[in-house]
Design a protein around this ligand. Structure first.
Ligand code: AHR
Length: 538
């Protein structure tokens, strides 16, 4: 895959001392001492904000390395316990995350995927030129993907092939999947084991069409978008009206700088001038935390310098979202079009000994912290950012789960996603606090980050991250609009910034219970260094 440095989050952009929705800033470097400093926070539960869409916790699964094959699909004859070829341990782990949607089959792979090769009893072996040039058995195709979604309880987010396919091929895929009429394609679907129409809730129209998806200009892509949007229809009778209508997501920007602001501007301008015959519901944005390209940072075996540099870099997501949201506001002040961050996460150097193109990396405590920071940023942009997909679900880049044949381990990122489940579809609640700062080498970051939300039952949830790897922090949170009786939850930390869970030691980075002291309207809670904590208030 060809890369331009501009499209990845870098270290070069303007200095940001602090975060946060309503956070107060403190630009003063705090002396390095292990004593817990007390930080005051106010949480105003009487001023609800936007809904934190559950789709912000989406996953991305590409035919890449062991992301699908071995990670999800082991086949009917495998000794690894499976249900119709899909491994049971991975399904059980993902069910606990309440995964809202899975983006599939790519990525760059999607623009070379021809769906017909992945249906029926006899599947041709093809190639996967993007990712290692390996063969693709096509054993995991449309029916297997939909079966997998059914097993984990997630919705389909299909990326159709706009790069090397045709509108007709994509249109027929959707007819095959969704029509209830007795067409030839519906009969073929029934013959392949699924008489009733499938539900497809999200449709990605191309992937990175400015790069691996065909190196298109914004104008050329806009013309393609109109054609695909018009002709790739969902025929499922249950999906003809909101809220079940299939949402169409256009290719959006790939980072920072004029190339990407021009792309967003062009697509949004085309949308504003749209005719009755086409529409879109989302604009995608891809942004990896990589610092330099090609990826050189180690995913394990690093120290505080790399910890602080990577986390500083990941916080650039906030400015990126603000930049592209502002352009979208010009053309869509009512925020009808969602900004969909359908590829995000840390991208490090591949693990020594792993195959080139398989994007195998470890997942450390740093990645758990990184995930929390990004989820917090998405929540603060929830009025515009309504969907996101971490790259990628199993065995690839910043994965939830790593497997080695029959063995499986849950990563620190997995634990953060599990701890954040209560934020799915909860209502954002503003928090204000003195973030303070943490400095290491040339990197200064906010020391504290936090979000709050109320779930459907009215319960208040607080997620707080102490980025400082050396100093604990005591939080004194004052609540308005709610009288607390008790508060507690879980905290995730580990001995080192690069601690990982291995197959031999799977619980080095695992959440443990934590309780807050309640005094009147105030909660007091000590946050361990380099920790992510989620508590609920009763
Ligand atoms: O996630 C890996 C790759 O990164 C995807 O295939 C592509 O869309 C992006 O460049």
């Amino acid at each position: 895959m060809i890369e331009t440095p501009a499209r990845r989050t870098g270290l070069l952009s303007r200095r940001r001392q602090v975060v946060v929705g309503l956070a107060l800033t403190a630009a003063v470097a705090v002396p390095s001492t292990a004593a817990a400093q007390s930080v005051a926070m106010s949480v105003d539960a009487s001023r609800p904000g936007a809904k934190i869409d559950r789709n912000l916790f989406g996953q991305f699964a590409e035919h890449l390395g062991h992301g699908i094959y071995e990670g999800v699909w082991v086949g009917l004859d495998s000794k690894i316990p499976n249900t119709r070829g899909i491994r049971n341990d991975v399904v059980a782990a993902l069910k606990a995350l309440k995964v809202p949607n899975v983006r599939w089959p790519g990525g760059c792979f999607a623009d070379e995927y021809h769906w017909r090769k992945g249906i029926g009893p006899s599947r041709p072996v093809t190639l996967n030129p993007n990712w290692g040039g390996v063969t693709e058995s096509n054993a995991f195709g449309t029916h297997e993907f939909m079966d997998f979604l059914g097993q984990i309880g997630a919705e389909a987010f299909l990326s159709v092939n706009l790069g090397s396919g045709t509108p007709q091929e994509a249109a027929e895929w959707l007819e095959y999947l969704t029509t209830a009429e007795p067409t030839a394609l519906a009969k073929e679907r029934a013959a392949n084991g699924h008489p009733s129409p499938y539900k497809v809730l999200y449709l990605g129209i191309g992937n990175e069409s400015w790069d691996c998806g065909g190196n298109m200009t914004p104008d050329y892509y806009s013309s393609q978008l109109k054609i695909y949007s018009r002709f790739v229809r969902n025929f499922n009778p249950a999906q003809q009206k909101d809220p079940h209508r299939m949402l169409k997501i256009a290719v959006g920007p790939g980072g920072d700088g004029p190339r990407w602001t021009e792309w967003t501007d062009a697509i949004m301008k085309a949308w504003q001038a749209r005719q009755w015959s086409w529409d879109m519901d989302g604009l995608s944005l891809h942004n990896y935390t990589v610092v330099k390209w090609p990826p050189a940072y180690k995913s394990v075996g690093f120290g505080e310098a790399e910890y602080s540099q990577i986390l500083k870099s990941t916080l650039e997501m906030d400015r990126l979202l603000a930049t592209h949201s502002a352009i979208m506001d010009k053309y869509d002040p009512e925020k009808k079009i969602a900004l969909v961050v359908d590829e995000w996460g840390a991208w490090y150097a591949r693990l020594p000994g792993s195959k080139e193109g398989f994007l195998v990396q470890q997942n450390s405590l740093r990645d758990g912290v990184l995930a929390a920071l990004n989820l917090n940023i998405f929540a603060r942009h929830a009025d515009r950012v309504r969907m996101a997909n971490i790259a990628q679900m199993v065995n690839v880049l910043q994965a939830m789960i790593l497997t080695d044949m029959e063995r499986m381990v849950l990563t620190p990122t997995y634990h953060v996603f599990r701890m954040y489940v209560p934020f799915q579809d909860a209502t954002f609640v503003p928090v204000a606090f003195e973030a303070g700062s943490y400095t290491h080498g040339g990197s200064t970051l906010p020391r504290l980050d936090a979000i709050a939300a109320r779930d459907a039952a009215g319960k208040l949830w607080l997620a707080v991250t102490n980025l400082d790897p050396n100093r604990p922090l005591t939080l004194e949170a004052n609540l308005t609009g709610l009288t607390p009786k008790s508060a507690g939850g879980e905290t995730l930390t580990a001995p080192r910034v690069d601690s990982i869970n291995s197959f031999e030691a799977p619980s080095t980075v695992a959440p443990k219970p934590v309780a807050a002291k309640v005094r009147g309207a105030t909660l007091a809670l000590t946050l361990e260094p380099k920790s992510v904590t989620v508590i609920s208030v009763e």
